[in-house]
Design a binder for this molecule. Structure first.
Ligand code: NI
Length: 197
């Protein structure tokens, strides 16, 4: 499957609102698989369709860490996170309930190499369609919860830098304007972990 091009801020296409997927068919499944492969190739833990220039409400996520021998190390996951099978491929995801607040140093494949602390809901209940077109509903917290909220923001044309204070957002935007982004490394062996998509 092809590795898709990931748009970067300030590309105006990242600001559009994505449309619900009417039907999860073979084409949508194939596209979501290409998204997943693209996310893995850039060492991301989440990717939303508008980041690869498609305005459909599709997100892919895998927050599982890997050890030095490329085996999954689930020790950092919370009990709720462990109950959710990953990778997670969601069509039309909606957050239907929330509890509490938390913060995390977020990054984004569309704002590569920049990180800032963002406030999110701690626990969320999410409803979506899976690749079979079935409705799934689950509750989660931890990094998975943060990642889902970050990806749904993308579907609404929103980036993590929009959730910062005016001062912090201004500082990041200024740095990006001045320094730009590091060159993308597609070789997973050579690239650094980029954090939340
Ligand atoms: Ni992102």
């Amino acid at each position: 499957m092809p590795i898709l091009e990931v748009l970067t801020f300030p590309d105006p296409r990242l600001r559009k609102v994505s449309q619900p997927v009417a039907k999860v068919g073979p084409e949508q499944v194939e596209f979501s698989n290409a998204m997943l492969e693209t996310m893995y190739s850039f060492k991301g833990i989440g990717l939303a369709a508008p980041q690869v220039n498609r305005l459909d409400r599709i997100v892919v996520i895998d927050t599982r860490a890997k050890d030095e021998e490329d085996r999954y190390d689930l020790s950092d996951l919370t009990d709720l996170e462990k109950k959710v099978p990953q990778p997670l491929i969601l069509f039309n995801p909606v957050i239907v309930a929330t509890e509490g607040n938390t913060t995390y140093d977020e990054g984004c494949l569309s704002v590569p190499s920049y990180y800032e602390t963002v406030e999110r809901f701690d626990v969320i209940e999410c409803e979506a369609l899976n690749q079979k077109g079935e409705t799934i509903k689950f509750k989660t917290d931890g990094l998975l919860s943060i990642c889902i909220q970050h990806e749904i923001d993308h579907l609404d044309g929103k980036l993590f830098i929009d959730r910062l204070s005016t001062v912090k957002a201004g500082r990041i935007k200024k740095q990006i304007k001045k320094r730009g982004y590091p060159e993308r490394k597609k070789d997973p062996e050579a690239s650094e972990k980029e954090g939340v998509e």
